[in-house]
Write a protein that binds this ligand. Structure first.
Ligand SMILES: *Cc1c(COP(=O)(O)O)cnc(C)c1O
Ligand SMILES: [Zn+2]
Length: 415
C-alpha cells in the first residue's frame, strides 16, 4: 500500500489528487508527489521493508501507487561497494560506490522509469514516451517492451552509437532530432499537447518519474545497516536525481527509520555543461542556460529543470558542486576501473573526478564517509574510450613475438 496522498505544487503549495497532471493550474510551478508520513509511521518499518522484493518496490509504500502491480523489470537494489583502493588514491577514509551500472538497462534511469510507467498504467495511458539524453530512452523502450506497450523515444541524433542501438533493439519508435537535448525537450512539450494520451516519462509523468530517485537514498541507508552516510556525490543533468535523493533521506529520517544527521549532498558536472556548478560558484540567483559541449552526453542538459532546487539544497546544507574537464572524466573512468573493477560511463567519470576535485579544495571532508553514485555502465559510452582502451600490442602467434611484447611492456625482465 502506498502512502502517497496527492500532488503538491513545489512553488505555491497548491494540492491536487494523484492524477495525470504535472504543472500547477495557478502558478505553472512543477508538482511533486506528497505522502502522509504520519500515517506511515510504525507501519513502514525496517522489517516491512526487508520483507519486500529485491527491487525499488521494497519501498513501494513510499512511492506513487502503481495500481494493481508495479512495472518491475528489476530496477534498484544495486550493490553498495566499499572502495578501499580508490579511497587510498583519493586520500579519503571511507568511500562507497553505489553501483547503479547494475540496473536492468545499465543505468539509474530504470528506477525512475519503473515508477513513471507504473503510474502511467494506473492512470490509463497505453503508450510510453520520453525526451532523452540516451539512458532514459533505453529504459523507457525496455520497460515498454516488457509490458507490451508501444514506445516513442526522442533523442539527439548524434548520441553515442551504443546508446542508440541499446534503445532501438527493444523495437519502439526512436526519433533522432538534429539538435541538442534542450531542443528535444522543447519538442516533447509540444508533442505532449498534441498527444495527451502518451505518457512522456519525464514530461507529463514527471512528478511520478522523479520519485524513483528517492530509492537511491533509501537503499544507501538500508545497506549501511540503517544509518546515514555523511556525504553523497551525485551527478547532475536536470538535477532531479539530486533533489529526490535529498527527499529520500529526509523521509527516512521523518519516519525514524535511520539515525544520524542528514548527509551533505555534492553535485557533479562536466565543465562543458555546467550551468548549475557555474551558478553555485558565482553565487548567482538563477541558473543561466548553457550550450552543452562535453563527452558526458547523459548529463548534457543546458537548461536544467531542477537547477534552482539543487542550488537551494546545496546552499542550505553546505555542499558544493564540482566541474571537471573531459580529460579528467576519461582519466577517472580509468581510475575507477583500475582500482575497483567497476566500468562506468562518462557520468561516472564526472562523479569521481568531481569528488577528487572537491576533496582537493577541502569542501568534501576526507575523514567522513562518502558515497559516490555511479549512475551508468561503461558499455554505454564505448565511443569515449575506444581510442585509448585498446590492445597493449598486436603480435604474431609465436612465443617469440609474445615474449618480445611482454618485455617491451616490462612484464618480464629483459635478459
Ligand atoms: C539521467 C542521468 C543522470 C542524472 O539525471 P537528472 O536529470 O539529474 O536526474 C545521471 N547519470 C546518468 C548516467 C543519467 O543517465
Ligand atoms: Zn503553484
Amino acid at each position: 500500500m502506498s502512502f502517497a496522498i496527492g500532488l503538491l505544487c513545489r512553488e505555491c503549495g497548491q494540492t491536487y489528487p494523484t492524477e495525470a497532471r504535472y504543472s500547477c493550474e495557478f502558478c505553472f510551478g512543477p508538482l511533486e508527489v506528497a505522502y502522509d508520513l504520519e500515517a506511515a509511521k510504525g507501519v513502514v518499518t525496517r522489517e516491512s521493508i526487508e520483507a519486500g522484493p529485491n527491487s525499488i518496490w521494497r519501498y513501494g509504500a513510499l512511492l506513487p501507487d502503481p495500481g494493481v502491480e508495479p512495472v518491475d523489470l528489476g530496477a534498484g537494489w544495486t550493490p553498495l561497494r566499499r572502495a578501499t583502493r580508490l579511497a587510498e588514491v583519493l586520500g579519503v577514509k571511507e568511500l562507497w560506490l553505489k553501483d547503479d551500472t547494475r540496473n536492468p538497462t545499465g543505468s539509474f534511469k530504470d528506477r525512475v522509469v519503473s515508477c513513471a510507467l507504473s503510474s502511467a498504467r494506473r492512470l490509463g495511458f497505453t503508450t510510453a514516451a520520453c525526451a532523452s539524453t540516451g539512458n532514459l530512452a533505453t529504459s523507457v523502450a525496455a520497460h515498454a517492451a516488457f509490458i507490451g506497450w508501444p514506445s516513442v523515444t526522442i533523442i539527439p541524433s548524434d548520441l553515442e552509437k551504443s546508446k542508440i542501438a541499446m534503445t532501438a533493439i527493444f523495437g519502439g519508435t526512436v526519433l533522432g532530432v538534429e539538435g541538442s537535448y534542450d531542443d528535444v525537450n522543447r519538442l516533447c512539450v509540444e508533442l505532449v499537447a498534441e498527444h495527451p494520451d502518451w505518457a512522456f516519462a519525464n514530461v507529463n509523468l514527471r512528478p511520478y518519474y522523479a520519485e524513483g530517485s528517492k530509492t537511491l537514498a533509501f537503499e544507501i541507508c538500508e545497506q549501511l545497516n540503517w544509518s546515514m552516510p555523511d556525504q553523497v556525490v551525485v551527478p547532475l543533468a536536470s538535477g532531479s536525481q539530486f533533489t529526490k535523493i535529498a527527499k529520500g533521506f529526509r523521509q527516512f529520517m521523518e519516519l525514524g527509520l535511520v539515525s544520524g544527521d542528514e548527509p551533505v549532498l555534492f553535485g557533479a558536472q562536466a565543465t562543458g555543461c555546467s550551468p548549475i556548478a557555474t551558478a553555485y560558484a558565482t553565487g548567482a540567483e538563477v541558473v543561466t542556460p548553457q550550450k552543452p559541449n562535453t563527452i558526458a552526453r547523459s548529463l548534457a542538459i543546458g537548461n536544467p529543470a531542477d537547477g534552482p532546487y539543487v542550488l537551494d539544497e546545496v546552499r542550505a546544507h553546505g555542499g558544493d558542486i564540482g566541474s571537471v574537464s573531459d580529460e579528467e572524466v576519461l582519466e577517472c573512468i580509468g581510475l575507477l576501473a583500475q582500482t575497483e573493477g567497476v566500468f562506468a560511463e562518462t557520468a561516472g567519470g564526472v562523479t569521481i573526478a568531481s569528488l577528487r576535485q572537491m576533496v582537493r579544495r577541502g569542501t568534501i571532508d576526507p575523514n567522513k564517509s562518502i558515497v559516490a553514485i555511479i549512475s551508468g555502465h561503461g558499455l554505454k559510452t564505448l565511443d569515449a574510450i575506444a581510442d585509448t582502451a585498446t590492445v597493449t600490442a598486436t603480435i604474431t602467434p609465436s612465443l617469440a613475438s609474445a615474449e618480445a611484447a611482454l618485455r617491451a611492456n616490462e612484464l618480464v625482465s629483459a635478459q
